[in-house]
Design a protein around this ligand. Sequence first.
Ligand SMILES: Nc1ncnc2c1ncn2[C@@H]1O[C@H](COP(=O)(O)OP(=O)(O)O)[C@@H](O)[C@H]1O
Ligand SMILES: [Mg+2]
Length: 1079
Amino acid sequence: MEVKTSLLDNMIGVGDMVLLEPLTEDSFIENLRNRFDHNEIYTYIGSVVISMNPYRSLPIYTPEKVEEYRNRNFYELSPHIYALADEAYRSLRDQDKDQCILITGESGAGKTEASKLVMSYVAAVCGKGQEVNKVKEQLLQSNPVLEAFGNAKTVRNDNSSRFGKYMDIEFDFKGDPVGGVISNYLLEKSRVVKQPRGERNFHIFYQLLSGASDDTLRKLKLDRDFSKYNYLSLDSANVNGLDDAANFRTVRNAMQIVGFMEDEVQSVLELVAAVLKLGNIEFKPESRSNGYDESRVKDKNDLKEMCELLGIEQSVLERAFSYRTVEAKLEKVSTTLNVSQAYYARDALAKNLYSRLFSWLVTRINESIKSQSKSRHKVMGVLDIYGFEIFEDNSFEQFIINYCNEKLQQIFIELTLREEQEEYIREDIEWTNIEYFNNAVICDLIENNQNGILAMLDEECLRPGTVTDITFLDKLNTVCAEHQHFESRLSKNSKFLTDHSLPHSCFRIQHYAGKVLYRVEGFMDKNNDLLYRDLSQAMYKANHKLIKQLFPEGNPAKVNLKRPPTAGFQFKHSVGTLMRNLQTKNPNYIRCVKPNDKKAPRIFTDSLVRHQVAYLGLMENVRVRRAGYAYRQAYEPCLERYKMLCKQTWPHWKGPTREGVEVLMADLQVSTEEFAYGNSKIFIRNPRTLFSLEEKRRGCLENLAALIQKIYRGWKCRTHFLLLKRSQVVVAAWYRRYAQQKKYTQIKSATIMVQSYSRGWKARKILRELKHQKRCEEAATTIAAYWHGTQVRREYRKFFRANAGRKIYSFIMQRLMQKYFLGLKRDLPSMSPIGGSWPTRPYRFLDTAHTELRSIFHHWRCKKYRSRFTDERKAVFEEKLQASEIFKDKKALYPSSVGQPFRGDYLEISKNPKYQKLSSAMDEKVLLADVVNKINRANGKGTARIFLLTKNNFVLADQKTGQVKASVPLPDLASISVSTQNDGFFALKLKEGSAGATKGDFLLSSEHLIEIITKLRRTGATAVNHDHLDIDISDEFLVQFKQDKVCVKFVQGAPKNGNGASCKRKNNRLLEVSVPSTA
Ligand SMILES: Nc1ncnc2c1ncn2[C@@H]1O[C@H](COP(=O)(O)OP(=O)(O)O)[C@@H](O)[C@H]1O
Ligand SMILES: [Mg+2]
């Protein structure tokens, strides 16, 4: 539940001065002091916030505080500047009312800080987002830039704003900031050339000299030494707690964030440097023939450097310091300047340069922060302007400032009364006339166009002839003499003739906040604010973009003989604009008060505060606010707060709240003049009434507290008792359960024990009986078995003996055979047909069976081996077999041929291109092709021939040419003869009378003799279609050579290298072949 609080809770003194009783200046100040001593620096006057400068940081600006005040009603929490900021922001966002925050107070009272607090609060509570944050950042960062150029250390404030500032912050419909516009008022430019004791020039000069890099200073032709510059006051150049170098970096950074270009920053710094240089230019008199002194620049170095910085021609500026051109109608007259006039001109130029630079900065910042969108904006204006100034010596500036404050008071009265009146009408309350002092008459004294002081001043400035400050005062004395707020010794009003507090050169105005004495000296000069045209023209000629821009009137093309508007006129004009602007907005006031002159915390100087309370018109504020009804509150919070004071409304009121309040007020018997019922609020005329209500409420709250305490204590004891009672029942129940459980387990175990004993006894009894029964049965069976056994044995004894031997024998034989076969199965030899091993027989009686089994096994494995052969391999083996049949044990060459495979075609004639012709001559498949030696019949020498065997023929061909020498059909072959020895000779004998026989038989020798002959026999046999071809194996045989028969005889020769046999013709009938012996 949300806790409803009120300003009236835990109040120190009174939080709202409207409720002060009795209302006197003493009680007012006492209340401020009381609150200040308790760190309550904020106090309200209705919706106006009085802020006392604490001169130390208080923990009341934390983010938690922001949250606390966010979206709360103004009077709900203790007074705070955040409450005002929140109220203003919310009515801007939710009710679409433009707001302005008017902050006034004397220098050092905390106005600038207050304006920053308001801005930072609004920044914290408004929308977030990249774009919005950028705008916020730019708006906030405009402050350090303006402070550097517009603030200075004064005796009252180390960071005193020396200009008035009004800033419009613009918001979109959601309440997010979109931009802003800044206006500046009346920069105190006299500070540029001269500062009072203990004060400094504007911060930027010191910041530049301490913070800029050596390089920058060199470029600006500056030294890092304050004492070198006439315009800088030296006694207070260094201020405690002010780090100029760090601030310079902050300012440069802020300028960058705000959007200044690098060259713009450079130009600005050049101007600042130029002002410092200008201050160092000095003049000396030079006598002229006409008796007058003419001024001359003393040391031209500074002038030169300044001209270089700004791109001005030195001679032009130098001349402008010595001569002055006066233009009257069409004539131009040049007059010389004396030294003091030259100084005046120099200072005027410096002041103008600086103040124009400042205005340019404001314009430039505005360019950056101006809202991008064209749509209508909600606006919150923040005015941080100097308050009333009453010094010992008041001059033109104070006059202007106080005029501005009069105007603000005027607007305050107007708006507060208007608001009050509007509220009365809205609430249907009868309007009672309010007595208060209206300062419109003072404003009129100053600003009236016919006979106002400002108008008189302007008139005097423009009047031809000798005009001085005194002639101006004379004029006032005649024109304003009758005015009740104007006082002057020499006025026609004889009342002041003897008033010695009024010097002759002064006039006094009774401002709403008190009387102020103004010295007229300097009024004319300051109002005129003259800069000689020669100087502005010199500036315009500068080769520097910014300078040119600052002195547009120096443009010779636009010579304007009209005087520029006076300072007073300009100020009046801008104040008028400001007032018109403020009038359209809902005002929120912050009145800043300075507690002491020492800038010290915790010190409250009575007289100083009293003075400020007077000139801020705070008492006036309270009076205006209290003129009708001092206090008002909506019905609902009112009923909520006081409902305990009446039986009917306590604790709940069911009907409409207004009726509830009426019942309440009637019940409390509050006198009817003391309050009035509005439409939504009750209005209480006197704070007294409110406090009596509060008093009653406090008393009632105490009773209520006692009542609540009583009920609570009763409730607490009762609940405690009930808890104890419930606990006791629970404990008892648990204990009983436990006892019963224990008893039950005891009984249960006893029962089980008894039961088990009885069951055991019964079981043992049955077991005994069963055992006895079983033994009886077994005995009977044994007896029966023995009896049967005896019977059977007696019956079968005669059969058993006759067959037993044979049965035992066959059984043993069976066992032995079984063992033998199983052993054989286990030890079977390899499956290779040539494997010779065979297990030994175990018993002799198995001898034949063992041999038989061995041969069966051998045949079986041979069969297995054969079954794996292809037809081709089979043919090869058949050939080998045939060779063995023919030659085995008959010819000594045979054993060496067994290992050689029969390849048949050794020449590969079908593939070899050399034998292509031969191959094509063969129309049959060649079964064998080899090179043989054909033995010459004449000498027994061999000639190489190709031997081919086909299915039907054998052919002899020339080895080189492949030409067929002889082709013999196989049927013509009668027999073949070979020796028994280890040689390759063989003779092919032809049938007599056959076609081939004419040439005679062939005696040939070959390395593949066995193969050739085997093949010849196989094919020859099939070709001839008879069973076999005769093969004659002997060491002597006859060969038919043409007509002769020649015997070929084989003899054993000596062993020889190489085993070739040699053949020799011995005689006509004998050919001897010598075969080397195989030793
Ligand atoms: N609310 C505050 N809390 C703490 N210090 C403050 C506060 N307001 C002002 N000050 C101190 O007072 C000094 C002067 O305040 P400033 O706002 O510059 O005065 P003004 O603008 O009225 O001349 C500040 O520099 C700061 O030290
Ligand atoms: Mg200030």
